[in-house]
Every structure is written in structure tokens, then in C-alpha cells.
Design a protein around this ligand. Structure first.
Ligand code: ADP
Ligand code: MG
Length: 693
């Protein structure tokens, strides 16, 4: 299916001159398997060899080239001393030096009395001008063998820079000129070179600015990369739209029943977002919508309304959560809302076995159950729905592009609503979720008290504990979070257990400990006990285990807060401040604090705006980490840098949508060129969606 003109680019690297099996193996360590991968290897910097100052004028540390006459060789008098070759030009003496130099080789390269051009780094060393291990030695008539500006590539052990450079030069010769895929107007306005010229410009630079952020060459390649992904996402989206889904409408009575019976009125944002969802659901196309809402913004209520809509339309709704405890918690929050609309609700997790499981499955299949909450167990073999109309997925980060594609391909046609509590900067949202529609819950329910956030060194522990004592006396509730980075981290678990014992010895039975390695039933028992107030202080190890909604909780203590990410801390803090009771968040750290940790804690103290926090987090950690790169489906970029290329990404997004609208099968002349672009950036999946292959 791949166009023939691209074949040479997809050949193995070992077809290139100078690349044998061993070199190929080393190239693989740099993620280069095909010729194309070498072309896409962006130099990390450039070496300027154009300076020809004359030996006497060379500056210490400078890279320069000299034409010199070789005088004499001085092999090392003792082992461990360098091999030296004395040379000069009209201005002075230059000593070329090698450690472990091979005399016969050096003698052949540098015969006394002859002239050579040498290039390398100049060093002033004990009154002498030296060049240690020259990078180039060439005959004067071959001066052009020394690249005036030389790209420096990422290195890996065992791979000589020269070998890599030669392989890339070979790859460049295989690069075909391709039909232009960039919009002609855009190309002219941006003064971008062609793809082919741009590749030559970065691998055989004639200009020191070529790698700069603003260089037209780099921007062109970055744009190509971004366009390929945005186009793939736009095609996925167009493809989904073209396929019929369910047009879900109803008489509105169930939705109204929920609104009438809810203990609160929806916020403006909740109403707006539900209207967006409702409109999507009513369309015959499949909905694929991402609902972003900061922690505590009231996503569950929106989910309840959407579920009611699906049930009104005669369908079922499945709500998937990342853990059992969260699945059960969703069910608990939804139950009273759904009940007054006469909607039946059940829960299915991996724990349900035997008769109980059989009953749950049979109710689901018969349609007796309208809404089911569960974990990924919901989508396993043997789970049959009567009429699944809406799937709601809570917590986006474990759900990437490939999962979305799979859900599309499965032939299932339910509408999809994905809810995430991690606010994502717009750039990242575009890059990862370009195929989805976005809804934003950007308003918190009213009556919330701001959470007083304090950052305290660990030696204030006693103050914190006595504060908890008061909280317990007042009948309040709070969380105490200990860091547990790895589930298997026994040391941390021991620390949490010690903290639990410590608190228990002071406050008695009001303390509970919950951690990731507990059986689910035990976790559930504890979370219920905390909800009911039987437990007043819940010591917990992981973020997810704390993912619960207990409005009475008003204190959040985070121990070793410096070990948590900013987004995590924000999530944790969002567990309190859910009622009119004044809440506080105490961030305990172990001094000394590093710079990044300091900024993190300061940001948290100063703002409660999830988006601002996400932006800061992004800047501190680089965007990949924000969602956990591997889980986010965010691919590694060769040329583009999402942190700085936001404007290019916007451009690519707009263009991609236009293309998907005007030529959804990429059948026109530019369409054919765009297909090549998709192949170049490994977006074959998208090409497969096109009707004419
Ligand atoms: P999220 O899942 O977005 O973090 P939740 O759905 O758990 O937030 O809602 C947080 C809390 O706010 C819950 O206790 C919920 O009952 C309450 N809540 C939701 N919507 C409103 C509203 N419009 N007015 C008042 N309280 C609300
Ligand atoms: Mg929630």
C-alpha cells in the first residue's frame, strides 16, 4: 500500500554504505531502523569549521581549521604519554597530539615535509598551541571534504560520529523529491523550503541558524510532523462521523426528574456542558467527547444526566472507572440521582464471581439494568449488553488514541464520553485529543470555601498532629497521605504503617489505613467507614485510593509533599473543600527543598486554578510527563516541540480539518501528496481508513 517512491526510505539502515550489522545495532539504540529514521534524526547542535585564523591567532577552545606543513613526529618516550606531531604555518607552530596514536597510520596521514589541512579544537597548553585528536586531516586540494558547518548528532556508545554522519549522508542521497503537500499559500507566506530541501539544509547546513526555533527549515519540518498527526486525527474523526451511530433522544422526563430531585441546581457550566452532550447524542453520528473538569467541578452529575438521556432513548449506559473502589463510589453517588428517575443501576468488577456475576450479566443482557458502573471488566468477553447506547469513561489518562480506535473498530456504536480531572493545556489537548470534541467544566459549584494551603517543614509535625486532635474532637474528618511512588515500595508502605500506628496510639480507633496492596473488599470497608464517620482520619498511600467524595472531610495532610507531582497534589487537595466547612491542606516537606519542588509547592499555595496549575506543571516537567507520556498516546516528536510550537500546531490543526472536509479520501493531487506525508510519519492507520486505500 505504501507508495513506491517511498520504498528506499523504508529500507533497513544496513543497506546504507558503511552500515554493517554491528553499526545497524548501534543505530537501533538511537531508534533508527530505517533509512527514514536517519533522515529524521535532528542534529543536536552544529559545529562551525569555517574559521581559518592562522595558528598564532587561534583562540583557546575554538574549533578551527589550518593548513600546516608537517615537520616531525615525536612518538611517546614512555607509555602513557601522547604521540606528538609538530607542524607549522606562516604564523606559528601547532602540535597535533594523540593518546594511543598508531605510529604507522599517523606517519601515512602526516608525512613530514608535506602540507595538510587539519581541523579540530585548539588548546593552549603549557605555552604551546595544540590540537588533540584532530577531527579532520585532508590534502590541501581536498579542502571541501571538511564540512564548513557540521551537524552534531545524538551519540550512543560504540557508534563513531563519523560512521553516523556517513550513514546519514547516504540516507540523504536516497531521499526523493516529493510532491508538495503544504498548502501553496501557506508555503509562500512562511517562506518554507520544500521537504527535500529542508532535509538537506539540516544535514548539510550552510547556515548556523538552521536549527533555531524560528528557522523556516526547522519550522517546515516541525509543521510536517504536526500536520501528519493532526491530519490522522482529523481523518479518524471524519471517518467516525461518516459512520452511523445512534441518534439518542427522549422525552426528557428522566433528565427532568434528576434535575428536580437533585439537592442542588446545576452550575452554568454543568448546564452548558450537558447541552453540548445532549446535542451530540441526538445526532446520528457517534459522539466522541472529552469532558475536562477540575477536581470537584461536578462531573458525576453531568454523567448522571447523560446516562438518563441514554436510558430515556431506550438504551443502556456503562460507566467505566480505573479502580474497583472508584467504580463502587460512582455507583454510590449516582444511585440516589438515578433512583428518582426510576433508572436501575448495578456494579460489575473483576471481584464479582459465580452466581452473583451470572445475575449481574443476565440483568445486563435482558436490559433490566439500565446503568452499569465497573472497571475494564465491563468490556471483557462474556459481557453482553441489551442495547448499549452510551459509554462513559472516567479518568482519561489510561485511555489513548489506540484504545479509541479500537472502540471504533469493534463495530460497537455507542456514544462515548470521556471524563478527565486533569486539566490539560490546550496545546496538549489538541495534540492528543484532536479527534475528539472538547467540553469544559470551568466553574465550581457555589458555596465552596477556598482551601487554606500551607507549606510546612517536617519539624512542624507536632503542630499538625495537635490540629488533627482538634478536628477529631469537633467530629471532623481528614486525610493523611503518605507517598508511595511504587506499589512495591515496601519502605514507603512501612512509613505509612508507622504513621498510622503513631496516630492510632494518640487518637485511638478513629484512625484508618488504606493502601494500594489491600484487597478491594478491605478498601471498600474502610472507605465506607470513613464516609460514615466511624473513621475520622484516613491514612492513605496512593492518589487513587483517595479518589473519593466525602464532603465532610476538611483537612488534607500530605507528608513529603515534595515527592508528589503538581497535578497529583492538586488532585489530592481537591478531596477537601467540598462543603461549606472551611478546609485546609497542609503540605509537609522534608528540607532541604530543591528548586523545582519549591516552585511546585509555591504554585499550589498561591492558586487553585487547575488550568494554571497544569500549565505550570507542564513547564516544570516538560509536557510528556504531564499525563504520563506512555499512557497518553502522545508520540515522540522528531522536529516539533509542543512547548514552543503551539502556533504551528494550531496551523496544522486548522489545515487538517480543512483537508478532511474538502478531500476526506485524499484523492486529489494534494491528497496523494498528503498520503505520502502520513506514511513518512508512520500514520498508516489513518491511511487505512481512506475508502480508496
Ligand atoms: P468531580 O468528579 O468533578 O471531581 P464530583 O462530581 O465528585 O466532582 O462533585 C463534587 C461534589 O460537588 C459532590 O459532592 C457533588 O455532589 C457536588 N456538586 C456537584 N454539582 C453541584 C452543584 N451544581 N451544586 C452544588 N454541589 C454540587
Ligand atoms: Mg469524579
Amino acid at each position: 500500500m505504501r507508495p513506491q517512491i517511498l520504498f528506499p526510505l523504508f529500507a533497513d539502515t544496513c543497506t546504507l554504505p558503511g552500515v554493517g550489522p554491528k553499526v545497524a545495532q548501534n543505530l537501533e539504540k538511537l531508534d533508527a531502523r530505517h533509512v527514514l529514521d536517519l533522515l529524521f534524526m535532528m542534529p543536536v547542535s552544529l559545529t562551525d569549521r569555517r574559521s581559518r585564523p592562522g595558528v598564532a591567532n587561534a583562540i583557546d577552545g575554538q574549533i578551527a581549521s589550518f593548513e600546516v606543513e608537517i615537520e616531525k613526529h615525536a612518538p611517546p618516550p614512555r607509555r602513557g604519554l601522547p604521540y606528538r606531531v609538530r607542524t607549522h604555518d606562516e604564523t606559528g607552530f601547532l602540535t597535533l597530539t594523540w593518546f594511543h596514536g598508531r605510529p604507522d597510520y599517523l606517519m601515512r596521514q602526516l608525512p613530514p615535509g608535506e602540507r595538510r589541512i587539519v581541523s579540530g579544537k585548539v588548546e593552549h597548553f603549557s605555552g604551546e598551541i595544540q590540537m588533540l585528536h584532530p577531527d579532520y586531516i585532508v590534502l590541501p586540494q581536498n579542502a571541501d571534504e571538511i564540512p564548513p558547518i557540521e551537524p552534531v548528532y545524538p551519540m550512543t556508545q560504540g557508534l563513531a560520529a563519523k560512521t553516523l554522519r556517513k550513514a546519514i549522508a547516504g540516507a540523504l542521497e536516497r531521499a526523493p523529491e516529493l510532491e508538495e503537500w503544504v498548502d501553496p499559500g501557506l508555503l509562500a507566506a512562511q517562506q518554507w523550503p520544500s521537504w527535500h530541501k529542508a532535509l538537506i539544509a539540516i544535514h548539510q547546513p550552510t547556515d548556523l541558524d538552521v536549527l533555531d526555533e524560528q528557522s523556516p527549515v526547522r519550522r517546515r519540518l516541525a509543521y510536517d510532523e504536526l500536520l501528519s498527526r493532526q491530519l490522522a486525527l482529523a481523518l479518524v474523526r471524519a471517518h467516525r462521523r461518516a459512520k452511523r451511530g445512534l441518534a439518542l433522544t427522549g422525552d426528557g422526563r428522566k433528565v427532568q426528574a434528576i434535575l428536580d430531585n437533585a439537592p442542588f441546581t446545576p452550575t452554568g457550566a454543568q448546564s452548558r456542558v450537558f447541552a453540548e452532550i445532549e446535542a451530540d447524542m441526538a445526532k446520528p453520528e457517534r459522539m466522541m467527547r472529552l469532558l475536562q473538569g477540575d477536581v470537584g467541578s461536578g462531573k458525576t452529575f453531568v454523567a448522571a444526566l447523560a446516562a438518563a438521556r441514554a436510558v430515556e432513548a431506550g438504551g443502556q449506559c456503562a460507566l467505566m472507572a480505573p479502580t474497583e473502589i472508584l467504580a463502587r463510589q460512582h455507583a454510590q453517588s449516582l444511585a440516589p440521582l438515578l433512583k428518582c428517575a426510576g433508572i436501575t443501576l448495578d456494579v460489575l468488577t473483576g471481584r464479582d464471581k459465580g452466581q452473583e456475576r451470572a445475575r449481574i450479566l443476565s440483568d445486563l443482557q435482558s436490559g433490566k439494568t439500565n446503568v452499569i458502573c465497573g472497571t475494564h471488566a465491563l468490556f471483557q468477553e462474556g459481557v453482553e449488553f441489551n442495547n448499549l447506547a452510551l459509554v462513559i469513561i472516567d479518568e482519561q489518562h489510561r485511555f489513548g488514541v489506540s484504545d479509541r480506535l479500537r472502540l471504533t473498530r469493534k463495530g460497537a456504536r455507542p456514544d462515548l464520553l470521556v471524563m478527565t480531572a486533569t486539566p490539560i493545556p490546550r496545546t496538549l489537548a489538541l495534540a492528543v485529543y484532536g479527534d475528539m470534541d472538547l467540553s469544559m467544566l470551568d466553574e465550581k459549584p457555589p458555596g465552596r470555601q477556598p482551601i487554606a494551603t500551607r507549606v510546612l517543614p517536617l519539624d512542624r509535625l507536632e503542630d499538625v498532629i495537635s490540629r488533627l486532635g482538634k478536628l477529631i474532637e469537633d467530629g471532623g474528618r481528614g486525610y493523611w497521605v503518605c507517598p508511595l511512588v511504587e506499589e512495591s515500595d515496601k519502605v514507603d508502605l512501612a512509613a505509612a504503617e508507622a504513621r498510622f500506628e503513631d496516630l492510632k496510639s494518640r487518637f485511638g480507633d478513629h484512625i484508618g489505613l488504606i493502601h494500594g496492596r489491600m484487597p478491594a473488599r478491605e478498601k471498600e470497608r474502610l472507605s465506607l467507614a470513613f464516609k460514615s464517620g466511624e473513621i475520622q482520619i484516613l491514612v492513605a498511600t496512593t492518589v487513587v485510593e483517595v479518589g473519593m467524595d466525602v464532603p465532610e472531610a476538611s483537612v488534607m495532610v500530605i507528608e513529603q509533599a515534595e515527592r508528589f507531582g503538581l497535578a497529583q497534589l492538586h488532585q489530592l487537595r481537591g478531596r477537601v473543600g467540598r462543603s461549606a466547612r472551611p478546609s485546609s491542606c497542609l503540605l509537609l516537606y522534608k528540607p532541604p527543598l530543591g528548586e523545582t519542588a519549591k516552585t511546585r509547592l509555591k504554585t499550589l499555595r498561591e492558586t487553585d486554578d487547575g488550568f494554571l496549575i497544569a500549565e505550570t506543571d507542564w513547564k516544570l516537567r516538560g509536557m510528556g510527563d504531564l499525563l504520563g507520556m506512555r499512557q497518553s498516546g502522545l508520540p515522540k516528536n522528531h522536529f516539533a516541540r509542543l512547548e514552543t510550537d503551539a502556533e504551528l500546531l494550531d496551523l496544522a490543526n486548522t489545515q487538517a480539518r480543512l483537508i478532511a472536509q474538502n478531500d476526506p479520501d485524499l484523492a486529489g493531487k494534494r491528497g496523494i501528496a498528503l498520503r505520502q506525508l502520513l506514511y513518512l510519519f508512520a500514520q498508516d492507520q489513518a491511511v487505512r481508513l481512506l475508502s480508496s486505500g
